[in-house]
Design a protein around this ligand. Structure first.
Ligand SMILES: [Zn+2]
Length: 194
């Protein structure tokens, strides 16, 4: 048996996505061997998570009520890119292929229920906004495809150009893991979809 505090930390790591019990043990042992300064940095970084919130407008993770993208006046406010998670924004930003605004859904449509994702806020935003083009950048998974189709249908009444980024040549299905070149070409070659 491990000491109680050691075991408690293992349980915490094990509760994270993709971390099994053996990996959790290894991580805790690794941390245990670090010096006090390193441990304190780790604790501070975790503690500072309390200061992070969701942007009031686009639901991106943010330090303030408005995220750095929404508060940047040089962005093209006629274009809106819809992504599943905040993690999808960074690779698109890195590719420099898009200079508009974003909307983070917070997930995908599951079993035709959209209650938990921010689609209502999205439609309200589009209704009250000045968007000329909506780019759907959900992942190329069954749920991502389903979500893209759902959004396309919901957006018909708004009479705005709707496109979807195209599937990259040699990528996995998640935008999060695609390289800059692939993302750039999938945004540049965006188009209608069905
Ligand atoms: Zn924002």
């Amino acid at each position: 048996m491990y000491p109680e505090s050691f075991q408690k930390l293992i349980t915490q790591f094990n509760s994270l996505p993709g971390i099994g019990p053996k990996m959790a043990e290894r991580l805790v042992l690794f941390l245990f061997k670090q010096n006090k300064e390193k441990i304190n940095d780790f604790i501070d970084a975790l503690h500072n998570l309390h200061d992070i919130k969701l942007c009031d407008t686009c639901f991106n993770i943010s330090q303030n009520n408005l995220c750095t993208i929404c508060s940047n006046t040089s962005r093209d406010t006629s274009k809106l890119c819809i992504v599943e998670e905040s993690l999808n924004i960074m690779p698109i930003e890195r590719s420099r292929a898009f200079d508009g605004l974003y909307h983070v859904l917070g997930g995908t449509i599951k079993k035709r229920s959209s209650e938990k994702i921010t689609t209502n806020q999205l439609l309200k935003r589009i209704g009250g906004g000045n968007f000329k083009e909506i780019i759907i950048a959900t992942n190329f998974t069954t749920e991502g495809d389903m979500t893209a189709m759902y959004l396309k249908q919901e957006l018909v009444p708004y009479n705005i150009t709707i496109s979807r980024i195209v599937r990259g040549l040699a990528t996995g299905s998640d935008i999060e893991y695609a390289d800059d070149m692939t993302i750039r070409s999938s945004i540049t070659n965006r188009g209608d979809f069905s």
